[in-house]
Write a protein that binds this ligand. Structure first.
Ligand code: V47
Ligand code: SF4
Length: 362
């Protein structure tokens, strides 16, 4: 079948895609600069359909953001606060038990647990947290702690990164979310979040995590001060690590929301930006199985459109999302399973409920 592209520069990339040739930095630049969103969508959809046909995944999950107290002060973040702030909170293990018990009758099969870097919590708290969650929800998988938290835990416990990860695994950690990657570039990191771990450290921790049998996701925060070249370099670094470890499960582009942050002069990303970042991720990350359209960030309607632009997963039902809503996200705070299924069906795909490892739940 011959495909006609409005942007003739996409023709060469089309040939590479059907011949399964890896895309280069130069190709990535062409894709980010194209005016032909439809053509870009067609390319991403070819790849997406080859892997997943008409399946689109979602998960029944619960978010637990155990503390918003954070020492890191990333300029893009509206969630982390000082402990003196009147919005500061830190859940005790009993609070966590209550949060879990409140929803015990729901068929939740993943707990997504992340929080700020709160220096008042000791290593035992994290071990107790995992053990408590596992005890109350033995059949659900625990996806917890970004590399930023793992790095902090290794520092406060005095254990090596490897030992820290193994202890967390023994306490119930099943997989890790992809947060903290932001843009893996030192210019951006120094300007926007100098206190956070370096890009190299994020990659090194992920490598150790994967080598110890824990799979993870990867993210990219876009729509702030990053350049196209920095985004492509980020994707290529992830692709290279994936070649080495095969430990990444999904990639999630995260659209920056600036409300209540130090960067509140930066306008929201457009729908075109959001679809482009998803489609380009699908094309550049040829060794990732899954690309998530995280509906919390881009809204549920656009997320369902993104299923035709390379995404195959809408993430989960969630209910209590805090991080993006604090930064002005206008999406719902949660979706029911039926709303999730309808979004997928209305976009022309078959909804598949999954667990954390993309096993299908019948
Ligand atoms: O690392 C923080 C981002 C991330 C803002 O792995 C912001 O399945 C936009 O990583 N505007 C945490 N983004 C969330 C995350 C995640 C979410 C859903 C699924 C998975 C997964 C991972 O949120 C942070 C940061 O990149 N973030 N503030 C903001 N104002
Ligand atoms: Fe803290 Fe994470 Fe917010 Fe940075 S993004 S200030 S590490 S909560």
């Amino acid at each position: 079948m011959k495909v006609l592209f409005l942007d003739k520069k996409l023709e060469n990339i089309y040939l590479k895609i059907i011949n399964k040739t890896r895309l280069s930095t130069k190709d990535g630049i062409i894709l980010f600069n194209t005016f032909d969103l439809t053509g870009l969508g067609i390319l991403a959809d070819i790849v997406r359909k080859k892997i997943h046909n008409n399946k689109a995944y979602y998960i029944y999950n619960q978010h637990l953001n155990y503390t918003n107290i954070c020492k890191n002060k990333c300029l893009f973040c509206a969630y982390g606060v000082d402990k003196e702030n009147n919005k500061a909170y830190s859940w005790s293990i009993n609070d966590i038990k209550e949060k879990l018990k409140k929803r015990i009758n729901e068929p939740i099969n993943e707990l997504h647990i992340v929080g700020g870097i709160n220096i008042d919590l000791d290593f035992n708290y994290y071990i107790d947290l995992l053990k408590t969650v596992k005890k109350i929800r033995p059949n659900a998988k625990i996806k917890a702690f970004t590399c930023v938290e793992i790095h902090h835990l290794s520092k406060i416990s005095g254990f090596s990164l490897e030992k820290t990860i193994c202890l967390l695994k023994d306490a119930g950690l099943d997989m890790m979310p992809g947060g903290g990657a932001e843009i893996l570039n030192s210019r951006i990191r120094k300007k926007l979040f100098p206190q956070k771990i370096k890009g190299e450290t994020w990659l090194k921790i992920m490598e150790i995590v994967h080598k110890n049998g824990i799979t993870s996701n990867a993210t990219m925060l876009y729509g702030h001060i990053e350049t196209i070249e920095e985004k492509i370099a980020h994707l290529i670094l992830l692709r290279e690590l994936q070649d080495k470890t095969k430990g990444f499960s999904a990639f999630i582009p995260l659209a920056f929301h600036s409300k209540n942050t130090c960067l509140d002069y930066i306008p929201s990303t457009t729908s075109i930006d959001d679809l482009k970042n998803i489609a380009i991720a699908r094309l550049m990350l040829d060794n990732f199985d899954h690309i998530k359209a995280y509906w919390v960030m881009i809204g549920e309607q656009l997320a369902s459109v993104a299923l035709s632009y390379g995404a195959d997963d809408l993430d989960g039902t969630i209910i209590e999302e805090k991080i993006t809503h604090r930064a002005g996200a206008k999406s719902a705070k949660g979706l029911t399973q039926n709303q999730m299924k309808d979004l997928i069906k209305n976009a022309g795909f078959k909804p598949i409920e999954r667990d954390s490892f993309y096993n299908e739940i019948s």
